[in-house]
Ligand binder design. Sequence first.
Ligand code: SF4
Length: 305
Amino acid sequence: MPARPGYLQLHESGELARRIAAAREILRDCTLCPRNCHVNRLQGERGACRTGALPVVASFGPHFGEERPLVGRHGSGTIFLAGCNLQCVFCQNDDISQGGAGREITVEELAAMMVALWRQGCHNLNFVTPTHQTAQILEALPLAIAQGVDIPLVYNCGGYEAVTTLQLLDGVVDIYLPDFKYGDDAVARQLSGVPAYVATAKAALREMHRQVGELTGDPPGIAVRGLLVRHLVLPAGLAGTRRVMQFIAREISPATCVNLMDQYHPCYQAYAHPPLDRRVTREEFAAAVAMAHEERLHTRRQAQL
Ligand code: SF4
């Protein structure tokens, strides 16, 4: 019998309703993410993420390209949310994250997407780039629960998260799937346009790990709870892989599930930012794997349970 997602209990106790109200209130003077734009999204103002009070979705469907513990046999029920609180010059989905693609929908429609993915047998609901739409996701959740949804929620984010927002997700999110993109603030500022990325991501990962711990699953290897960290290796060591691996191993846990990713290729504005105008070499990726090995971290390209 699969574990029961925590959000069902929070819904039954009334705590989920309190969290929804608190998240919606944040939109009035938005500090949902560390950009702290202080715009009133309930009255149509937009901050750096250019998203208002309603959900904006680019696409949804079962996805088989995620990590194996999320995909299983029936896929990860992925909902690609439009907009982003980061502005990465090498974004591989820039039309969705920064180009305005996607459709503004109601929370009822978002709930209907969740229900459709659950009915298709997906093992989880995987919200991609959820940070700036956390309040809308929470609002849709009870509507989905009312129709029977009972699968784990995956928070698939860029790592630039406010701890206060993550605290509203304590017991709601079952699986955190953050990027840890950079080990150096100057690089983060130049490539993603945000200050203090490193300390912010560290605090976020600590809070995520406190809530859900290490990745655990059912016997067939399907993840049901825990933390899975992604790190995209960039050309010429720009991602600061050694520092990131050291932090994860020494300050989170050496048993943390890490997906070290080798698929970087130039996209969007990357050609104007050498050395991002080329792929990662075999030697660079091997060096990144060695850094993770030195910290005794798992180094599978596709994280497994
Ligand atoms: S969620 Fe959007 S509006 Fe709110 S602080 Fe972040 S970037 Fe600004």
